[in-house]
Each structure stands twice: as structure tokens, then as C-alpha cells.
Write a new protein. Structure first.
Lengths: 260, 246
């Protein structure tokens, strides 16, 4: 009976959180199109998110391409299909692996960062101070961060994909004597717009989810310093969950429009 | 004590009520703040002081009652009108609430950014405000490089930069050593004399109340329990009042 009550209670909490997150998103869409626009803060946030994630995304992408190629090689060799390696790797990375893995890495970096930053601003009354000074903190802190994440993530994913393909090319060059020119020729022959467009479109949604969840958790942070840790932690968990849900929906829709 | 008979209060709170579920924090609190007056509001922790000042600056909506600032009932204002009123109020937060990611200069410039007429002369205003609190040399430091007392001073400079008519101090001496606390109290007095502001000071610090108050109010059980000068309250026979001065 106790377990049942707990399940009911947790379900209630979960549904309440979803409701509050939806209202938060609604407020974002309401405020994003109204003046004043905080362009300077948007640029600062975009620069911070992009610049500080570049190395992490680069390293992740490089290892992803490297490992994926190394692991796939023996199997393809068994079927005498090594020549398919550039096509297989590029399609897998551009369509799915690159966006999802890099978005997950960014969920850990950007979403938790926003959650912790806004959370600490909330508990130290900095957000209240901003409001008292006549600035709309939602617009200044939340709208700019969500927009920045939405715009920066596709760029990070494209960068990560490129580095991953470079990593893969190195393996092919060393293990299979495939020149870089030949490798990238095969990559560009294999990739179509129907691979790039859905992947790029969904990366905007990934960025939006990462920014939204981080801001939601940080902006509504309670319970002092413990709450800041909680906000940062749950931001990553929620953002990661949301990424998989968005990915599932995106693949489903792509299948209809682009016939994967 | 100021003469209350013929003066229109700059801030007038009437019958303010605020509850959180069954917890009735404010039960019809009323008070007036007059021009160039230092009014100290004392009350136990959890007595509703913070809720009252949050209602006062629009961070919280009261359940009922009215708050008139310079003749305008802020409970009925739009967000834009409220933002205009906020320029007339300086707020010193208990923990200073300086923006961590900005330098002292940027912290002080932040309230000016909405006003084109101030932006052009922001440098002069920032320097003047910092000079008023004796911290001009800290202009390019980050908040993390400042001591607790310095943070409080910078926060005070930020609170006065728009030349507000009212300054609200939320526990201005809490967390400071006695010497720094005295310095802050003297600074508050100096600013009140220089800018002719009306001050509402929320504090537990009896020394602070003794030095700075023109008038005092005790907030007990969510109401204005008693008001008078420091001396009047100190000599009160009421047990609840005496508890504060023990």
C-alpha cells in the first residue's frame, strides 16, 4: 500500500513539474517577441556557451569517430565491405550519433551550468535585485539563455560531426590506406540533404530543451545551497530525458517527410 | 520624531494581509513613512518583515490591503508602472545581492541601463555613488574580491545610484563585525542627510535602531503592534516590547 501511495505521489510531482515546465515555456514564447530585446546579453551567453563547450565537443566528436570506425572495421571486413566505411560512418554520425551524443554532452555542460548559475542567483537574491532595479529578470536571464542554447547547439553539433568524421578518416588512413581525399569524397557522395536537414532541425530543438530545462530548474530553485545542487543535477537528468523524447519524435517525423 | 499631523506620507501601508496556506503572516499591517525620516521596523524572525518589504517592492502580491508610494497604490499598477515606481526605491538586500558575474562598475551601471538620460553620464554617476560610500578604488573589482563590509557598501552605492526617494534596508548590519556595522550605520545616516531620502530599516540590531531611528515600529503577530521613538519603546512596560530590548 505504501509503495502504491509513493508511486501516486511521485506521479503527481512528475505531472506537476511537466505542467510547470510547459507554463515556463509558454512564458518564454510570450516574452521572446516583446521589447526590450537583450541582444548584448544574448551574444555574451552565445559566446560563453559556444566557446566553453568547443573543446569538450571537439574531443568527444574526435573519440566518437575514432572508436566507431575502429569497432566497425572488423565486422565490415568480414563481409568484404570496408569500402562502405565512410558512407556508413558519415550517415550514422550525421543523422543520429553526432547530434544525440553531443547534445547529451551539452546537457551535462550547459544545462547544469545554467541551473547552477541561475539557482545561485535565486538563493542569493540577485534575481530579486534585478527585478527591483526595474529589469525583467526572465527576459534578461532566461530568454537570452534559452535562445543562445537554441542557436548555438546546431553549430556545436555540426562542429562535432566534422571532427568525428576527421577522427574516422584518420583511422581509415592508418588502417586501410584510404587517403583523406578519397575518404571525404565518399562521405560527401553518401550524404544527402535528407540526412542533413532533419538532423540540423532537431538540433535546434535539442538546444531549446537544454536551455529551457536548465533555466526552469535554476530560476525556480529553492531550499538554499542544497537547492542549487539539486537544480543543477535535475537539470541534466530532465534535459537528457527530454533529448531522447525529442529524438524519438524527430526520427518519427523525418521518416514521414524524408523517407529515411 | 517627525510631526505626522500635517505631512502626507511618502509611503502608506494600510491593512496589509498576506497568508501562505494557514500561515497568516501579515494580519492587517499598517504604517506610514514620512519624507526624510528614518523608520526602523523590528520584529522576530518569521514575523513577516521580509514578506512586507517584498510586497512593498512588488516581488510579492499581498492578499488584500493597499500600499501607496507617493500617492500611487502599487497593488493596482501595471508592470510598466511598477517599474517606474521602482526607480524611486533603493533596496539594500540582506546578503548585498551583488551580481557575481559583473564588476563593481557593471553592478552599479545595471540599474541605469533602462534610462538613456543616465547612460550617457553613467561613469560620473558610478564614481559619485562609490565616493559616497568611500569605495571608489574598488570600481573594477569583482564582488568575490570584496569583504562583507565592502559588499554592503557597494550594494548601498547601487541602491542610491538612481537617487531614490525611499531606501529600504533589509538587515543592513547582519553578518558584519561590530566595527563594520557601525561604519555602515554611519554611512546610512550620511546618505540620508546628503540625499534627503526616507529610509525604512528592517533590523534586529538594537544598537542600529538606537543610533539611526527617528521612529520605530514593532511588527508582532503580523500587525503594527506599537510605534514610537526608540526611547518610548525602550521605556514601554509591555512585556512583548521589553523582550526586544533585553
Amino acid at each position: 500500500m505504501d509503495i502504491l501511495l509513493k508511486i501516486v505521489e511521485n506521479t503527481k510531482i512528475f505531472l506537476t513539474e511537466i505542467g510547470e515546465l510547459s507554463l515556463f515555456a509558454k512564458r518564454f514564447f510570450k516574452e521572446v517577441f516583446t521589447r526590450p530585446f537583450e541582444f548584448k546579453e544574448l551574444l555574451i551567453q552565445g559566446y560563453k556557451m559556444g566557446n566553453k563547450s568547443l573543446l569538450l565537443v571537439g574531443v568527444t566528436g574526435f573519440i566518437l569517430g575514432l572508436v566507431f570506425t575502429l569497432q566497425s572495421r572488423p565486422t565490415l571486413m568480414e563481409f568484404g565491405a570496408e569500402s562502405w566505411m565512410p558512407s556508413m560512418v558519415s550517415i550514422s554520425i550525421v543523422r543520429e550519433l553526432g547530434p544525440v551524443i553531443i547534445a547529451l554532452i551539452c546537457a551535462g555542460k550547459i544545462s547544469s551550468g545554467i541551473g547552477a548559475e541561475l539557482g545561485s542567483m535565486r538563493v542569493t537574491e540577485q534575481i530579486d535585485a534585478m527585478e527591483v532595479s526595474g529589469t525583467n529578470p526572465f527576459k534578461y536571464l532566461v530568454v537570452t539563455r534559452i535562445l543562445a542554447a537554441t542557436l548555438i547547439l546546431p553549430l556545436l553539433i555540426i562542429f562535432g560531426d566534422a571532427i568525428a568524421l576527421f577522427g574516422s578518416a584518420i583511422v581509415e588512413n592508418l588502417k586501410g590506406d584510404v587517403s583523406f581525399q578519397l575518404y571525404f569524397n565518399k562521405v560527401f557522395n553518401a550524404l544527402k540533404f535528407s540526412d542533413l536537414i532533419p538532423a540540423t532541425l532537431k538540433s535546434f530543438f535539442f538546444g531549446f530543451a537544454i536551455g529551457l530545462v536548465g533555466c526552469f530548474k535554476g530560476y525556480n530553485c529553492k531550499k538554499g545551497t542544497v537547492g542549487v545542487g539539486e537544480a543543477s543535477n535535475t537539470a541534466v537528468v530532465y534535459a537528457s530525458m527530454l533529448l531522447f523524447i525529442i529524438d524519438f519524435i524527430a526520427v518519427f517525423i523525418s521518416d514521414i517527410f524524408f523517407e529515411i | 520624531m517627525k510631526n505626522e499631523n500635517n505631512i502626507v506620507p511618502i509611503l502608506k501601508i494600510q491593512n496589509l494581509k498576506k497568508s501562505f496556506g494557514d500561515n497568516h503572516v501579515l494580519n492587517g499591517f499598517s504604517m506610514n513613512l514620512y519624507e526624510a525620516e528614518n523608520l526602523v521596523l523590528m520584529g522576530k524572525s518569521g514575523s513577516g518583515k521580509s514578506v512586507m518589504i517584498k510586497c512593498l517592492v512588488g516581488l510579492m502580491q499581498p492578499d488584500s490591503g493597499s500600499i501607496e508610494i507617493m500617492g500611487k497604490d502599487i497593488t493596482k499598477l501595471t508592470q510598466k508602472e511598477m517599474n517606474n515606481i521602482r526607480t524611486e526605491i533603493g533596496f539594500l538586500f540582506q546578503g548585498s545581492a551583488l551580481y557575481d558575474s559583473m564588476t563593481v562598475r557593471e553592478n552599479l551601471e545595471f540599474p541605469l541601463r533602462k534610462f538613456p538620460e543616465y547612460v550617457s553620464k553613467s561613469e560620473a554617476l558610478v564614481i559619485e555613488a562609490l565616493e559616497s560610500v568611500g569605495l571608489k578604488s574598488a570600481i573594477d573589482l569583482m564582488p568575490e574580491e570584496l569583504s562583507g563590509g565592502m559588499k554592503r557598501r557597494v550594494a548601498l552605492a547601487r541602491a542610491i545610484i538612481l537617487r531614490p526617494k525611499i531606501i529600504i534596508y533589509d538587515e543592513p548590519t547582519t553578518g558584519l563585525d561590530p566595527i563594520t556595522a557601525k561604519e555602515i550605520i554611519q554611512l546610512m545616516k550620511g546618505i540620508q542627510l546628503k540625499f534627503k531620502t526616507s529610509s525604512l530599516i528592517i533590523t534586529h540590531d538594537v544598537d542600529c535602531a538606537r543610533v539611526i531611528s527617528d521612529r520605530m515600529i514593532l511588527l508582532i503577530d503580523g500587525i503594527n503592534y506599537i510605534e514610537g521613538t526608540f526611547k518610548e519603546l525602550l521605556n514601554s512596560k509591555d512585556k512583548k516590547v521589553q523582550e526586544f530590548f533585553k
